[in-house]
Design a protein around this ligand. Sequence first.
Ligand code: FUB
Length: 321
Amino acid sequence: MNQLKIIFLSVLTLAALGKPAIAQTDGNPIIKDKYTADPAAMVYGDTVYLYAGHDEAPAPKDGYMMHEWLCYTSTDMVNWKERSIPLNVKDFAWAKADAWASQVIEHDGKFYWYAAVEHGTIRGKAIGVAVSDNPIGPFKDARGSALITNDMTTASKSFWDDIDPSVFMDVDGQAYLYWGNSKCYWAKLKKNMIELDGEIHTLELPNFTEAPWIHKHKDWYYLSFAIQFPEKIAYAMSRKATGPWIYKGILNEVAGNSNTNHQSIIDFKGKSYFIYHNGSLPGDGGSFRRSVCVDNLYYNEDGSIKRIIMTTEGIQPSKKL
Ligand code: FUB
């Protein structure tokens, strides 16, 4: 019996005994009973909401099989509680497959979930928006149509360049959407959060592959993204969400056990975290059965970020401030 099966049976036993389904993790990966990918963390109140795709491809199948997104919550970054499945590809009636990378943001008491899927009638990947009054859902399609479709972006000839949305709310209340594969795109969002406001811009970033993630720390804006393939994570810095961006180099090395590494960066209770996936779950883990991990992220005095050290031990619980 492999480790995943043992952990899965333990979780079932605990559930049968009426204990809460809290995954007391022992280092990385933090979720051990399911394969999870493309983490996107949101800090809301004293809780971190971790949204992830669900890698469902049975071994030894190569290729993504992803139908739904998962949600976990934690108040210390170490103990994670699984919530009921808040969103499925089927919740977007116009989509046909592929619950790929996504991100959730709060605005005016509502939670907006930007998610990449395969469009049902317009060839290629697309980005939809779901909305809820509660960060753990249930979420419903906010538009009834895709926000971004492949025919809206022409800088890349790829049919999967419209993936990996990252959403950011600036201090002046202007929201931005970044996304892309092979090309990095960005656009402003209208106040309603479900329409673009103006044109789609293309960013030139060295060796850009995918997975843009925009965040702010102190006075700097950061754009991290996957480069090359197998992927490393690199980053750029700017004084504004709209750039210009200064390329700063590699942030995280190749994981080695997964072609992709998809990162999310947050500050929580006075510490900074790098949340990513690799293929390290013993048993059938790998590029199509990935697992979310968390390690510390440290800034230098000048705002640049120290190279991430991926660990199996993971992090210490964050404490109340
Ligand atoms: O999970 C499917 C795709 O793999 C994501 O969209 C990419 O970022 C990569 O992680």
